[in-house]
Design a binder for this molecule. Structure first.
Ligand code: ITT
Length: 205
């Protein structure tokens, strides 16, 4: 059973491949000979995940799934959301030369917008859109927490140094990957996808 993961990120493919086991063969965009950037232009994670999946379905007529993730901060009306990856670039007209510099700037912008605020609730959210025979199924994972006042920890990526999941006294960046994966938005969403696929093999070609 073949499924295409609409991503250019081989690490994400390995992770899901491992979770799904041998009954499924996961391909990714490179396997289709596709290396264009699919535009992520919509204001919600749901729309972006769907748009990416439909883009590949229309083009190749293959069963596929796509994901989109972001950080939603309640005080900021759930921003940066879909703009999480490039938060420091939007409305600023700046381009950062490296991913590391952009991540630093994203965090600085977030901390300065929340400076002096007590209300710091936030969540990481992942949405997956799965298309089987052109029919869409959606899965979501979220982890609630709070934004710290300063960075803590060296592990992980993105906003991990400033996010403390509810019920934990440390940031995602102070956790091992295994520890983070037990509770993360992405693993919750992918867990739901894996459970669905394992129970509904009849839907797959
Ligand atoms: P793709 O190429 O797969 O789109 P991406 O880096 O855009 O990779 P996501 O869509 O999963 O990754 O996430 C968008 C941004 O949200 C990401 O660049 C981070 O800034 C932030 N983010 C998502 N998940 C995160 C996590 O687990 N820890 C920290 N930041 C995260």
């Amino acid at each position: 059973m073949e499924l295409v993961f609409v991503t250019g990120n081989i690490d994400k493919v390995r992770e899901i491949d491992h979770l799904l086991g041998e009954n499924f063969k996961i391909k990714y965009l490179k396997d289709l000979g596709f290396d264009e950037e699919i535009p992520e232009i919509y204001p919600t994670l749901e729309e972006n995940a769907s748009a990416k999946a439909f883009y590949i379905y229309e083009r190749f007529k293959v069963d596929c799934f796509a994901d989109d993730s972001g950080l939603e901060v309640e005080y900021l009306n759930n921003q940066p959301g879909v703009y999480s990856a490039r938060f420091a670039e939007i409305e600023e007209n700046i381009k950062f030369s490296s991913k590391k510099a952009l991540t630093e700037a994203n965090i600085e912008k977030l901390l300065s917008l929340l400076k002096g605020k007590d209300f710091r609730k936030a969540r990481f959210r992942t949405v997956i859109s799965l298309l089987l025979g052109g029919e869409e199924y959606r899965f979501e994972g979220a982890v609630e927490g709070e934004i710290t006042e300063e960075k803590r920890g060296e592990e992980g990526f993105g906003y991990d140094p400033v996010f403390v999941p509810a019920g934990y006294g440390k940031t995602f960046a102070q956790m091992s990957l295994d520890e983070k994966n037990k509770i993360s938005h992405r693993s919750i969403a992918f867990g739901k996808l894996v459970e669905f696929l394992s129970n509904r093999q009849d839907l797959l070609k």
